[in-house]
Ligand binder design. Structure first.
Ligand code: HEM
Length: 414
């Protein structure tokens, strides 16, 4: 614990070019030599063993809200006392934080009705996802080379969630632009121009969502916004502000991550042709293929928990209110959980990865992300059976957004 030769949390982000090139060159020694590592500067413990990460995530007594972390947890607590940026319009009943950082019992009060409504929608959305996927493949048209990220992987998730929420066809273009602007808000160090765009896009999304909620309350349609307004009318213990914040959280939380899942999958299959051939020969492998992409190249690096008491992890003392970072990417390549963890194998069985976190905060969008990937990947390779990297010597250029891993570009020749 607290080994100064081990990397701190910021060195486990793309701010460190060595991490961006090969995260596992840093994560493997961290996990084997110091699986519970204290980063004193950030004031966090970094957990990297699969058993520790999984065990801590599934412990329902853990806390999540940054306000509950000790003063020393500067990284976790950053921003909690910060005023909202000037210009950001927030209605008085609107919480600034979604279920992601709420504690029980409030977390479940909001999450339960939302999850129930979302899962019901996702269960009947396969045809919708296929329609969106086919539509974007059609738009690529007869191009012989194109960037898969820009033309496909970025497009599908925004359109799918917009349609699930019930965004008007005529407003889709605006909605896409606002969504892309709001997603910039995930960047910890945006430029002043980006801050301006983030605020403008968040305001536009908030206004639009409030309008949509009012319309659907008056005249319900077949969409998730109507479902949530009906639940509210039936007495669900939720404010309209909470509904708005959390419907928008689905949009922000689900887009970049699912884009990266689709992009990482296409990249991995193109660079592992024997695995692509296996998938083509046995299309039923698509579900385990998606799980293996989530494990092998997880779109999200970390999630957090706060100790509710003095406790131990792998024999290391963790004090009450200490902030813990779960290194999901490291846990997903732990040899104790996955034989030959650095081998990409789409037929891997029984691979309990933690790419979606776990316990009560387990990603609420997991069924939707899986569905989108399970539809988008086969559809892409059916449309472009001869797809290959436009430049076979291409080195992947990973985005530089801390804690997310996805490609800037993926140019293919078809
Ligand atoms: C491949 C795609 C995705 C990945 C890798 C991913 C990853 C994660 C992770 C690691 C967490 C934290 C879980 C924890 O702390 O235990 C999370 C939470 C969350 N995700 Fe996702 N996510 C993805 C897609 C989505 C989608 C499509 C949506 C929305 C439709 C979504 C919405 C959320 C929300 C709202 C939470 C907070 C849940 C809670 O705290 O109760 N995510 N996600």
């Amino acid at each position: 614990m607290g080994d100064a030769r081990m990397p701190g949390i910021l060195e486990l982000t793309p701010l460190n070019p060595a991490f961006n090139d090969d995260p596992h060159a840093l994560l493997d020694p961290l996990r084997s030599q110091c699986p519970v590592h204290r980063d004193a500067m950030a004031g966090v413990f970094i957990l990297s063993k699969h058993a520790d990460v999984r065990g801590t995530l599934s412990d329902t007594s853990m806390l999540r809200s940054p306000e509950n972390a000790e003063e020393a947890a500067v990284m976790t607590r950053r921003g909690i006392n910060r005023e909202p940026p000037p210009g950001l319009e927030i209605a008085p009943d609107q919480p600034r934080h979604s279920i992601l950082t709420m504690d029980e019992p409030e977390h479940m009060r909001v999450r339960e009705p939302l999850a129930k409504a979302l899962y019901k929608r996702v269960a009947k959305s396969r045809a919708l996802v296929q329609l969106v996927v086919d539509g974007w493949l059609d738009r690529i048209g007869g191009a012989k080379t194109f960037d898969v990220m820009d033309t496909f992987a970025v497009r599908v998730p925004i359109d799918v969630i917009a349609r699930i929420l019930g965004v008007d066809e005529t407003r889709l273009t605006e909605f896409r632009a606002w969504s892309e602007g709001a997603i910039l808000g995930l960047h910890p160090m945006p430029t002043p121009e980006q801050v301006e765009r983030i605020i403008a896009c968040n305001n536009a999304l908030n206004r639009y969502m409030r309008g949509l909620m009012a319309e659907r309350a008056a005249a319900p349609r077949d969409d998730l916004t109507s479902d949530m307004m009906a639940l509210k009318a039936d007495g669900a213990n939720l404010t309209e502000g909470e509904i708005c914040t959390n419907l928008l959280a689905l949009l922000i939380g689900g887009n970049l991550t699912t884009t990266d899942l689709i992009g990482n999958a296409i990249w991995l299959l193109l660079t592992h042709p024997e695995q692509l051939a296996k998938l083509k020969a046995e299309p039923g492998l698509i579900n385990s293929c998606v799980e293996e992409v989530l494990r092998y190249e997880s779109p999200v690096d970390i999630t957090g928990r706060i100790a509710p008491r003095d406790m131990q992890v792998s024999g290391c003392p963790i004090h009450d209110r200490a902030s813990m970072i779960m290194e999901l990417r490291a846990a997903n390549r732990d040899p104790a959980a996955f034989p030959e963890p650095h081998r990409f194998d789409i037929a891997r069985k029984d691979a309990p990865h933690v790419a979606f976190g776990g316990g009560t905060h387990l990603c609420i969008g997991a069924p939707l992300a899986r569905l989108e990937a399970q539809v988008a990947i086969p559809a892409f390779f059916a449309r472009y059976p001869n797809a290959q990297l436009a430049d076979p010597a291409m080195k992947p250029e990973w985005r530089d957004l801390p804690f997310f891993r996805g490609l800037k570009k993926l140019v293919v020749a078809v």
